[in-house]
Design a protein around this ligand. Structure first.
Ligand SMILES: Nc1nc2c(ncn2[C@@H]2O[C@H](COP(=O)(O)OP(=O)(O)OP(=O)(O)O)[C@@H](O)[C@H]2O)c(=O)[nH]1
Ligand SMILES: [Mg+2]
Length: 339
């Protein structure tokens, strides 16, 4: 029993690179990924022990997105019509370049048609600006449930664990087989991915810690400017940006309500502590410490697949805030205009 996963989307969005990232070394040759011109023609099939990844030709410049969506749709429908299990598409990864401008009507058309078995994969997330990202996610949420939107970076190997977890779930739903057969398939899947997933987890962990240090260092730089009250706005914006990046590391889209909830784990302390303190030295440590604590809480939240409750998150915040005191933030402030 194998899963058939169709990977499609515009040319150059990173479909082949994504398949390369989620398969064992050697499955996709380096030559399949091009750096200058459209590469995949018609369909390439990459087989692994647990899945066939069907790499669809990308939409060519000049081809209308409607024509492309129609041709892929036709091919899928043809496949779905066949009775034979191995020709069935169990799951579709519809890739959209996260750093591009918005979704088009044909993307919408495609997503509406295959809504129930499609995951929308926003690729190249490490290149995404927060504003672009917010607009894209807002538009997509009208077309697919939020749980079906996944943010990945094949280059940074982020979001891939979440993509595979969701893909396994959707494949299980659409496979024909007895309960035992499907369970056996799932255990082979876990087996195939266990080493890869562990490597990604370690990487996500390191990247998240780096991001929290960056956020706290950036907060220190903002607080370094000797204006006692005026700097709360930029500090909050900085905190929101850090949460957005942390979410992306784990494959999630953090919307305003998640950001507000996570910002809230610091309690009233953010503004309150600022109002109480006019000492520049202390102000830097507080700004960095609160940001660091919120970062640690956010990391734990996304790591737990957004299941940690508010009390546990407050605990994580306190531990993080305490841990931040071992760093001299004035020395570790980050002057960076990424925001
Ligand atoms: N920065 C960045 N670049 C990426 C990422 N994934 C893919 N790319 C680059 O995007 C370009 C296109 O990647 P492909 O995997 O060939 O894209 P494709 O969608 O298969 O393209 P077609 O086969 O032409 O449809 C290559 O230069 C990749 O190196 C990513 O996560 N981050
Ligand atoms: Mg390709």
């Amino acid at each position: 029993m194998k899963a058939n996963i169709l990977v499609c989307g515009k040319t150059d969005v990173g479909k082949t690179t994504l398949i390369k990232a989620v398969t064992q070394l050697g499955t996709v040759p380096d030559s399949a990924v091009d750096h200058s011109k459209p590469k995949t023609k018609e369909f390439d099939i990459y087989e692994t022990d647990i899945a066939n990844f069907i790499d669809a030709e990308g939409m060519e410049p000049g081809q209308t997105i409607n024509d492309y969506a129609e041709s892929i749709k036709e091919k899928i429908i043809n496949n779905l019509k066949t009775a034979s299990e191995e020709n069935l598409i169990h799951n579709i990864w519809y890739c959209i370049d996260g750093s591009s401008n918005g979704i088009k009507s044909a993307d919408a058309n495609f997503l509406r048609t295959f809504n129930d078995k499609t995951l929308v994969v926003l690729t190249k997330s490490e290149k995404m600006r927060k504003s672009q990202f917010d607009n894209l996610v807002e538009d997509l949420e009208e077309l697919v449930p939020k749980e079906q939107i996944i943010i990945v970076s094949s280059a940074h190997k982020t979001g891939l664990k979440k993509l595979l977890d969701k893909a396994l779930y959707l494949c299980e739903q659409s496979m024909n087989g007895t309960k035992e057969e499907i369970q056996f398939f799932a255990s082979r899947w876990d087996n195939y991915y266990s080493n890869m997933v562990n490597r990604w987890k370690d990487k996500a962990n390191a990247e998240a810690d780096e991001c929290i240090k960056w956020g706290a260092g950036r907060a220190a730089a903002i607080a370094f400017i000797p204006l006692p009250l005026a700097d709360i706005g930029p500090l909050i914006a900085n905190e929101a940006y850090m949460i957005h990046r942390l979410a992306g590391i784990y494959g999630y889209a953090a919307d305003k309500s998640i950001i507000a909830m996570l910002g809230g784990v610091a309690g009233g302390s953010f503004a309150g502590k600022f109002l109480a303190s006019f000492l520049p030295g202390l102000k830097i440590a507080i700004a960095a410490g609160v940001t660091y604590g919120v970062g640690k809480a956010a990391k734990a939240y996304f790591e737990s697949d957004m299941s940690l409750g508010i009390d546990a998150l407050k605990e994580k915040f306190k531990l993080g805030e305490k841990e931040s005191k071992t760093t001299d933030w004035e020395k570790n402030k980050v002057d960076d205009d990424e925001l």
